[in-house]
Design a protein around this ligand. Structure first.
Ligand code: SAM
Length: 664
């Protein structure tokens, strides 16, 4: 797996040229006209948007480049019709060599008429991190998913049906590796018969023949400017076979279409619940958010501050990818909701200090492997670390410039306050959920009353308590006790960055430091323990001796204790809730042959029941992205996650692993 490289750009007047491909991104005089001629006009976007029967309208592109096709597309649609948040426009674009943000800004400046759009993209533009990056434009009227990867690998990882294809990505003569059968196969797989339209600037014979072979009927048109011909095409093929092959390979992860979800109940008002509520409400779905306490974020999401960062493996893993792309998504959401006010959150940077030889070797290995761009992480000496932190540090480490801290409760409150479709019901403990004959859900409370509304779907986001519901008894989660310590910053010692060693500490918030946390697998007691307090202080002392001696620790314990909700693989459980017995029965052949090919394509999940739990101590980076994924699942919109990441957090993964291991 190679890391993503930015494109090497040279500028000829106002035109960017790719050094890798020796080709122009757009025509200096008429780039926009060319985009209109080749992609926008033949696709009849406004009509297609209006007539599209689905809950979203999607354009897939190969080669995002400067984003010009996207700007022109959105302009074409919104000139004629209003884009609604309950029928948003999705723009997916693969990009193997993303422009760096400076070149991107420079290219955007050539088209000042799109400034309101390009400003939003610049503010959310990801560093070169391989994978999917979801950007939210115009408060959720438009979603841009940048897939920093080769086009074939990127689209192999998608499962949404698209309405329009733009095949861009430099000419076949200059970029022969992209224009090949595997790409056309993915193009067909994600197309719908009689619905999907395609256009491209090239009319090369082999491209036409390959598209025809995949089921496209081609029309030739005059090309733009000096180019003689271009093509557009309608998909009239049959995707049954190709879809069956894909869906049959791991049917347990297939996600059924949701039925017209208008009102969702979310149980649990922590990070998972609040972010899920926001992502659904942003799409126009009515949400009732229940919590048993008298305020939101009273349990594991209730620490005063949490570190916003992803501890990276030296070589990419699916878990590491989830955490890193999750961190980037959280940063975007925090930015959109204006949370970087130093009360709700601060993108102040984070130092991960190596306090022993083993950690130093691990950090060196991560740097030597070279998978991560210096915008994400870089090495710092003890002196540099001390300077960044503003206090003495005696060890070298890694510096994550984009990381920081978040006050989870203030963040969640902002999300809830901003979305009028969320109604919050505190002091309401849900003790049972029941599916009615029309598939809707009824919720029961601790006073044995039924909530006097029925819901089209339920998201269970109450961490370790999920198992209390009959349907979720088999859920693989466990509580891990964590205690943080609070101490006033009495002599105003300055700490400028978050610092992680054995624990973590953030810069003081409201004249108080919050640090820890302990990690106790065997004790579930929810009272503060002196021993954990001492461990937290000892860990702090090792990493930040100067700061530690300036602090005045009182005899009285001050802090917070909670149970994190963890899973056997330390990744969250996000997706449809499996009917465990039905899974065991339907997929029992896996016990004999782990490669068994099933004919069944449906997975036996509860209709309309979803899980969003198990975020451990990483909720700040996994909850927002998981919420976006779930909200897309419930509204049948395209997921922000690659198939691999969607599968790696799927709640059914443990029952399937157990079947393969013959453990059940
Ligand atoms: N659509 C772009 C726009 O509106 O500005 C222009 C695209 S530019 C002509 C072609 C883009 O395709 C470049 O950014 C290039 O890096 C990208 N590209 C080339 N080969 C690729 C591949 N195999 N996968 C993904 N992107 C690729």
């Amino acid at each position: 797996m190679k890391k993503i490289q930015n494109s090497q750009i040279s500028w000829q007047d106002n035109t960017p040229i790719s050094e890798q491909f020796d080709d122009y991104y757009f025509n200096s005089d008429g780039g926009l006209d060319e985009s209109q001629h080749v992609f926008i006009a033949p696709s009849h976007l406004p009509e297609r948007y209006q007539q599209c029967p689905e809950s979203y309208f999607c354009i897939n592109e190969t080669g995002f480049g400067t984003g010009l096709n996207m700007y022109a597309s959105l302009q074409a649609i919104s000139n004629i019709t209003e884009i609604k948040r309950d029928k948003p426009v999705y723009f997916f674009s693969s990009e193997l060599f993303p422009l760096n943000v400076r070149d991107f800004q420079k290219a955007a400046a050539v088209f000042p008429q799109f400034e309101s759009l390009t400003k939003q993209i610049v503010a959310q533009y990801p560093p070169p991190i391989k994978g999917f990056h979801r950007l939210i434009i115009n408060a959720g009227e438009v979603y841009l998913t940048l897939m920093f990867d080769d086009s074939v690998s990127a689209y192999q990882q998608c499962r949404h049906q698209t309405h329009v294809w733009y095949l861009d990505g430099f000419s076949p003569a200059k970029n022969s590796t992209m224009w090949q059968e595997p790409l056309f196969r993915q193009v067909a797989r994600l197309s719908s018969p009689q619905q999907t339209h395609l256009s491209t600037f090239t009319s090369a014979g082999f491209v036409r023949r390959a598209l025809q072979a995949q089921g496209f009927s081609i029309t030739k048109h005059p090309g733009f400017g000096k180019k003689r011909e271009m093509i557009s095409a309608n998909f009239t093929g049959d995707t049954t076979e190709i879809n069956n092959t894909t869906e049959n390979s791991k049917p347990w992860f297939n996600i059924a279409k949701s039925k017209n979800v208008k009102h969702v109940a979310i149980i649990g008002g922590g990070l998972a619940g609040c972010t899920s509520a926001e992502a659904l409400a942003r799409r126009g779905v009515q949400v009732t958010l229940f919590d048993s306490e008298n305020e939101i974020c009273q349990h594991a999401s209730g620490n005063l501050q949490g570190a916003l960062y992803a501890k990276l493996p030296s070589k990419p893993t699916l878990g590491g990818d989830l955490h890193l792309t999750g961190l980037e998504y959280s940063l975007r959401l925090l930015n959109i909701y204006q949370c970087f006010d130093k009360q709700t959150a601060d993108q102040c940077g984070l130092l991960q200090i190596a306090t022993n030889h083993k950690e130093q070797a691990q950090q060196q290995d991560l740097l030597d492997q070279g998978y991560y761009h210096s915008d994400v992480v870089r090495a710092v000496s003890a002196e540099q670390a001390s300077q960044l932190a503003g206090t003495k540090i005696e060890f070298s480490g890694l510096y994550f410039e984009r990381a920081g801290w978040v006050a989870p409760k203030a963040f969640c409150q902002k999300l809830i306050d901003a979305q009028s479709k969320i109604s919050l019901r505190l002091n309401t403990q849900i003790t049972a959920i029941e599916q009615l004959s029309d598939d809707r859900w009824q919720l029961m409370t601790n006073t044995k009353d039924a909530i006097n509304q029925q819901f089209d779907a339920v998201i269970v986001a109450n961490a370790n308590s999920a198992k209390q519901f009959e349907q979720l008894r088999e859920t693989s989660s466990k509580g891990i006790r964590g205690q943080v310590t609070h101490v006033p910053d009495s002599q105003s010692p300055q700490l400028n960055t978050v610092v992680c060693g054995a624990g973590y500490i953030s810069p003081a918030l409201n004249n108080e430091y919050c640090f820890g946390a302990s990690f106790d697998l065997h004790n579930q007691e929810l009272i503060l323990k002196e021993q954990d307090q001492q461990t937290n202080i000892k860990n702090l002392n090792k990493v930040l001796p100067e700061l530690s001696t300036q602090l005045e620790f009182s005899q009285q314990l001050d802090g917070k204790v909670a149970l994190r909700c963890s899973t056997p693989d330390y990744l969250p459980l996000v997706g449809p809730a499996p009917i465990t017995n039905a899974f065991i029965n339907d997929f029992k052949k896996l016990k004999k042959d782990k490669n068994w090919r099933f004919t069944q394509t449906q997975a036996p999940n509860y209709k309309g029941l979803f899980l969003n739990i198990g975020h451990g101590s990483k909720g700040l980076i996994t909850c927002p992205l998981s919420a976006e994924h779930l909200a897309c699942m419930l509204t049948n919109q395209p997921s922000p996650l690659s198939n691999n990441l969607s599968n790696v957090i799927h709640p059914a993964r443990f029952v399937i692993k157990q079947l393969i291991r013959r453990a059940i």
